[in-house]
Design a protein around this ligand. Structure first.
Ligand SMILES: O=C(O)C1=C[C@@H](OP(=O)(O)O)[C@@H](O)[C@H](O)C1
Ligand SMILES: C=C(OP(=O)(O)O)C(=O)O
Length: 426
């Protein structure tokens, strides 16, 4: 994958006039898959994302005994729950959702389930999930990161557990998703300094409730999931609003308008913050029915923003900030050092390589725009580094994005979508 020639990012020659259909949300697809596997009867996902992360999730659940088949189209998945069993092997790739959501499901299996992933996955924080499972009476091999083995005996006691989720909200989500199947349910208390990505935890609570699970989240930092059945559902997955961000951001860079249909009126996705962020950076935003339109003039303003709740938007905002007419400060995102790569280091290195100024702080980035020049944009196996490089290349001629295929993690066919967006130029 990394051997192919870097992708010459196209520049935009004229104002954009494009409508971009964005595939389903990674975060929702993988939550719905897990809940469908835990459910008491067969269910269906429609509009599911088919990307590396979601295919890995489907394969992981299949390995544990779930039957998952394609329906009338690739984005439809029929899920028939089975009895979870080991021995099994789970390949996590670089997917945080797979490595953090599946261990608690594997704990319900009878037999050993071995987890491993990409070399980069072995560097991602995992310890709080493994320690929590041990505290709940589950046998987990020694160690604090991938690879590891979870050896269940067909049930999990559950009860109360303290988790430091300051490095990732996924530690909380992963335990809550399976908790209704624990004998005593689960009370989870976050005990760390701060909790990132709260919208993603709200998303977990919302999908659990929609599946009939009783969740009490009335006390900040504490969640109670009652033992009980997980109802089977026929669900439609919203478009991935975080993946819409680079396309909508392109309207600011190239000028013109980009529209994304299917924009939900209400959503727990952190990408709901995208229109407001782009507005602050100079865009005008409108909604007609379910179509979100972002219009830019080509002028981009710097922004001072805390992205703690929506860290996955950082690469897009950082790319725009590098092209802005004033400095930006992105705060509250120290946990991005444990994402697909150390995103603060990666963004600072690549923006600097193109002649820009991007400094790391203890919890974020300070970006001072400077004229940028042609060069290579490394992506570090990070899908959002690749889309960030494409955004910069829209304005700066001669940007070559290394391993653009890494976008397949959540956005297969990205370069075709990007070209099609530019094909809509007036
Ligand atoms: O639960 C989820 O689906 C996610 C939670 C967030 O993780 P962190 O809390 O580790 O940032 C987010 O960045 C990631 O892209 C998806
Ligand atoms: C952090 C991300 O992914 P993951 O689900 O692998 O944590 C992301 O998609 O930005």
């Amino acid at each position: 994958m990394t051997d192919s020639a870097p992708w010459p990012a196209p520049t935009s020659a004229a104002p954009l006039a494009a409508t971009v259909e964005v595939p389903g949300s990674k975060s929702l697809t993988n939550r719905f898959l897990v809940l469908a596997a835990l459910a008491e009867a067969p269910g269906t996902l429609r509009g599911a994302l088919r990307g590396r992360d979601t295919d890995l999730m489907a394969d992981a659940l299949r390995a544990l005994g779930t039957t998952i088949t394609e329906g009338d189209r690739p984005s439809t998945w029929e899920v028939v729950p089975g009895v979870f069993r080991g021995p099994a092997r789970v390949e996590c790739g670089l997917a945080g959702t797979v490595m953090r959501f599946v261990p608690a499901v594997a704990a319900l299996a009878d037999g050993p389930v071995h987890f491993d992933g990409d070399p980069g996955a072995r560097l991602r924080p995992m310890a709080p999930v493994l320690e929590a499972l041990r505290a709940l009476g589950v046998r987990v091999s020694d160690g604090a990161s991938l690879p590891f083995t979870v050896t269940g005996h067909g049930s999990v006691r559950g009860g109360t557990v303290d988790v430091d989720a300051s490095a990732s909200s996924q530690f909380v989500s992963g335990l809550l998703l399976a908790a209704a199947r624990f004998d005593q349910g689960l009370t989870l208390r976050h005990v760390g300094p701060s909790l990132p990505s709260l919208p993603h935890i709200e998303m977990t609570v919302e999908v659990l409730r929609a599946a009939g699970v009783v969740v009490d989240d009335s006390r900040p930092g504490i969640w109670r999931v009652e033992h009980g059945p997980v109802r089977a559902r026929d669900v439609r997955v919203e478009p991935d609003l975080s993946n819409a961000a680079p396309f909508l951001g392109a309207a600011l860079v190239g000028g013109g308008t980009v529209r994304v249909p299917g924009w939900p009126e209400q959503t727990t996705q952190p990408g709901r913050l995208v229109p407001g962020l782009l507005e602050r950076m100079g865009a005008s935003v409108s909604v007609a029915g379910d179509v979100l339109s972002v219009t830019g003039s080509g002028e981009i303003h710097g922004i001072d923003v805390d992205l703690h709740a929506a860290g996955e938007l950082t690469p897009t905002i950082a790319a725009l900030a590098a092209l802005a007419d004033s400095p930006s400060r992105l705060r509250g995102i120290a946990h991005l050092r444990g994402h697909e790569t150390d995103r603060l280091h990666a963004l600072a290195t690549e923006i600097t390589r193109l002649g820009g100024r991007c400094e790391q702080t203890s919890d974020g980035l300070v970006i001072t725009p400077r004229p940028l020049h042609a060069g290579t944009w490394e992506t570090y196996h990070d899908h959002r580094m690749a889309t960030a490089g494409a955004l910069i290349g829209l304005r700066v001629p001669g940007v070559a994005v290394v391993d653009v295929a890494t976008t397949a993690k959540t956005l297969p066919g990205f370069t075709g979508m990007w070209d099609a967006m530019l094909g809509g130029q007036r």
